[in-house]
Design a protein around this ligand. Structure first.
Ligand SMILES: [Zn+2]
Length: 202
């Protein structure tokens, strides 16, 4: 991985695109020509918008393999047009076979949830979708005191939030309908920024 050092972030993207064309697009032209005909991803990935948790990069997936919904805190909201249209398209049109909910370490959404930062008006409303995860951890552990205990508390809420969002997903009418009609595999995953590892969440 090389860090592009051009001072203009947009210029960096165009330079990066030129490198992409040379090293990826042109050498793999037959594949790119094939996927121009249409996409057939088998997986819907629901993840956090965090810039460090790029689903294709951390899973070695290639274009055409993942249909992606990313938002603050990898939330599955039950009343949200953006989320529901992505889910509808994935299930009804693309007929994905797997849905992944992936959370991650050092998640800013979870810190905001735990600290109840009321300066971020829209984010705090959005994070109501995850509030129960924090409440579940509250009854399990005592108030953290050391930096290690605070980090561990965040991790527990990150994990609990993934489980909670999976509960939301299973309760979604589109998922319930699909499960009655065909196999659909649901997965809860966690990405650790400290070691780069992706693991299952039980
Ligand atoms: Zn996050």
């Amino acid at each position: 991985m090389t860090e592009n050092t051009s001072p203009d972030p947009i210029e960096r993207m165009f330079l990066g695109n030129a490198v992409f064309r040379e090293t990826d697009f042109l050498p793999n032209l037959p594949y790119w020509r094939k996927i121009v005909l249409g996409q057939q991803p088998k997986i819907l990935w629901i993840g956090c918008s965090d810039s460090r948790v790029n689903p294709e990069r951390i899973t070695g997936s290639i274009p055409g393999e993942l249909f992606v919904q990313r938002n603050i805190g990898n939330i599955v909201p039950l009343q949200d047009w953006n989320f529901t249209t992505v889910l509808e398209f994935a299930l009804m049109k693309l007929k994905v076979e797997h849905i992944i909910i992936c959370g991650h370490s050092d998640c800013g959404a979870i810190k905001a949830l735990d600290n109840e930062e009321d300066s971020d008006y829209y984010i705090s409303i959005w994070l109501n979708n995850a509030k129960e995860a924090k409440e579940r951890v509250d009854v399990k552990i005592k108030k953290p005191e050391t930096p290690e205990e605070i980090r561990e508390r965040y991790r527990l809420i990150e994990l609990e939030n993934i489980r909670l969002q999976m509960e939301h997903l299973k309760a979604h009418p589109l998922v319930k309908k699909t499960i009655k009609e065909r196999p659909l595999f649901l997965h809860t995953l966690y990405f650790d920024l400290l070691n780069g590892r992706l693991t299952h969440v039980d």
